[in-house]
Each structure stands twice: as structure tokens, then as C-alpha cells.
Design a protein. Structure first.
Length: 355
């Protein structure tokens, strides 16, 4: 694929993303000796595809950024891409493939080229490696990577390695032709509005999809139309979320209900907002919000372990595990909100996914 091609292919990708989708942030399946468990890695991708997800995001925070140092980036990306393609062929439903892209410019361009060559549709571009860079430097970096693969912008919350990205950055970012979507995940309403206002002001709201990554405000984001006093209003097309790495079947049902509510009379808005606060409470336990998200990866793994999708909650760093009291919090939300879980769906299909 030529370096100039991503901008030409971006409209097709953008149409799929603007239509709206549930995109889980894909975890990493490891064995007890912390090697890649390929069988369970494939089973996870099958789970997301059959649960009704419209895409998968791989090589992102939930996959553990350390896969790069561990030499696992290529095999993990390749497994997910091949599994998603196999599902496309049997189901006739195309799964959007998003690859995490990290690091300084040279590294980011190499990762973008790898993702492109493996058949990924867009690169979710983390700017954490450029924490001290000014806006002009950040935008120059983004333009270089955009020459390799269509971009999925990423506002990652500072608590897990992100940086502040203001309105001026997002207005400049939206001038890059190959931008197809933005994941808004600062866990901050003011910062979320910076991105949405930039999109409204850019003249590209009909081209660029906005995706919530705010795991603490999923339903509110999906229900809200944002009006900044101009001619253009914007809304979230879907979500690319770590929370949607668990209970994905129910996430798809919830997403579909928010779309019906927005497209109809809105009579279910109150009930959905109640469900939203329950989901936020559950997310606080799984993501370990009380300990500044220290146990968020292990928390996701623990839920998947209990369902049988993972063999354990093993992380690449042996010291990374649940925080004290986090397992009790997960127990609490499972008791309180069993309607958020998809245990029966997983149990009915797990053996087949693991073959």
C-alpha cells in the first residue's frame, strides 16, 4: 500500500465508523508463565465478534503497552486481524480493525506500517511519548503517521499515561485529511467538550466519527447531542472502551437501545441514565477507580477469568494485579448488577471459541 493511499481509503473506513459501533479494547491473554496464550487470545476475538461488536482495538492500553518491549505486538495484531477476517467471511459482517500506535515519530510510523500491512483500518494514535511537545510538534507528528494509515485520534486520560490536549490541538488535528475518528477518553467533561467543540467548528462533523472512551460516562455520552450555539451539532457515534472488553453482548444491547432512544421519542432516557450510573459503579470496581486505576488491567482480566475466557489475570508485569479490596468490589457489583453481565452467552459458546 502506497504511502499516499490511507487518505484515499479513509472515507470507506469513516462511513463504517460514523454508522456507529461497539469497539472493545482488546485484552492480552497470557499463560501462567506470562507467554502469549494464542488459543485464548483467538477466543477473545471470537467472543467480541460474535457478541455483535462492530470492531476491535488491539495493541492499546487494555492490551498492555508493554507488548512492544515483550516482542508481542506483531503476533497479537496478526492473531486478531486473522480472526476478525475469518468472522467477516463467515458472517458477511465487516469488523473494523483498529491498531494502537505509540511512541516517538519513527516508532509510531513503523507501528502504523505494521498495522497497515496486517490489514488494519486505522491507527489509534497515542501521544503519551510526546508529553513535553508543543502543539506544532504534536501536529507534525500526527501528519507523518497519517501518511501511513488513517488516524483514530486518542485523548487518553492523564491518570493512565495520557497528556492534556487542548481545543487548539484538536482543531489542528481535524485539519488532517486522513483523520477518520476520535476516541475521547480524558474522563473529564471539560476536556470532552474541547474535542466535541473542535469537531463542531471544524466543518468535518459529517466526516469524522466521535467515539466515547469515557468509561465513567458511557450512557450519558451516547445519549447526548452537543450544541455549541452554531449551525452544527455533534454526537457520539459509538464507543471504543476498555469497559466493553467485558460483558460485550450486553454492551451491544445497551448501545442499540441508546440509538433507538435518540432516534425516537426519548421516553427511555431516564431508565437508560439509571442504567448508566450502574455501569459507572461497575466500572469503578473493574477499573479500580478508588486506587487511581492501578488495577484496571487486572480487573478486566479477573472478570474474563471468572467467565472462563482467560486462564488467569496474568499481566506482563508480575507485580501488576488487583488492588487490595478490588476483588470484593467486583463481587459487590456482580451481585448488584447481574443484568449488566453476559455470563450465559459466554458459557453457551466458550468451548467452541476455545477450539
Amino acid at each position: 500500500m502506497a504511502g499516499s493511499e490511507p487518505a484515499a481509503t479513509a472515507p470507506a473506513v469513516a462511513r463504517l465508523l460514523r454508522a456507529g459501533a461497539v469497539i472493545p479494547a482488546h485484552p492480552l491473554a497470557l499463560s501462567a508463565d506470562r507467554r502469549l496464550d494464542e488459543r485464548r487470545q483467538v477466543a477473545l476475538t471470537r467472543y467480541y465478534c460474535e457478541a455483535g461488536a462492530g470492531g476491535v482495538a488491539v495493541g492499546v492500553h487494555t492490551t498492555q503497552f508493554a507488548i512492544r518491549e515483550a516482542g508481542l505486538l506483531r503476533p497479537v495484531l496478526a492473531l486478531a486481524a486473522a480472526t476478525a477476517r475469518a468472522h467477516d467471511e463467515t458472517s458477511g459482517r465487516r469488523i473494523v480493525k483498529v491498531a494502537g500506535v505509540c511512541g516517538p515519530t519513527a516508532q509510531a510510523m513503523q507501528e502504523a506500517a505494521l498495522a497497515r500491512d496486517l490489514g488494519y483500518d486505522a491507527g489509534l494514535l497515542s501521544l503519551s511519548a510526546l508529553r513535553a511537545a508543543d502543539t506544532a510538534t504534536l501536529l507534525a507528528h500526527c501528519r507523518r503517521v497519517a501518511g501511513v494509515i488513517p488516524l483514530f485520534g486518542f485523548y487518553l486520560q492523564p491518570a493512565v499515561g495520557g497528556r492534556i490536549l487542548d481545543y487548539a490541538f484538536w482543531r489542528g488535528f481535524l485539519e488532517i485529511e486522513a483523520v477518520v475518528a476520535i476516541k475521547v477518553a480524558p474522563f473529564n467533561r471539560y476536556a470532552t467538550l474541547d474535542v466535541a467543540r473542535a469537531l463542531a467548528d471544524s466543518g468535518r462533523a459529517h466526516e469524522v466519527a466521535l467515539y466515547t472512551g469515557n468509561d465513567d460516562a458511557i450512557v450519558a455520552d451516547l445519549l447526548t447531542e452537543l450544541d455549541f450555539g452554531g449551525a452544527t451539532r455533534v454526537s457520539f457515534s459509538g464507543g471504543l472502551l476498555g469497559q466493553w472488553a467485558v460483558w460485550t453482548r450486553k454492551a451491544v444491547a445497551l448501545f442499540d437501545e441508546t440509538r433507538r432512544c435518540r432516534g425516537g421519542s426519548g421516553e427511555r432516557t431516564g431508565a437508560l441514565l439509571t442504567l448508566g450510573h450502574q455501569l459507572t459503579d461497575a466500572n469503578a470496581a473493574v477499573f479500580d477507580a478508588r486506587n487511581a486505576f492501578a488495577g484496571c488491567i487486572a480487573g478486566i482480566h479477573e472478570v474474563l477469568r471468572r467467565q472462563g475466557l482467560l486462564a488467569g489475570r496474568f499481566c506482563l508485569d508480575p507485580k501488576e494485579d488487583l488492588s487490595p479490596g478490588q476483588a470484593d468490589e467486583i463481587d459487590r457489583v456482580l451481585r448488584s448488577y447481574s443484568h449488566l453481565t453476559d455470563d450465559a452467552f459466554v458459557a453457551a459458546n466458550l468451548d467452541r471459541w476455545l477450539r
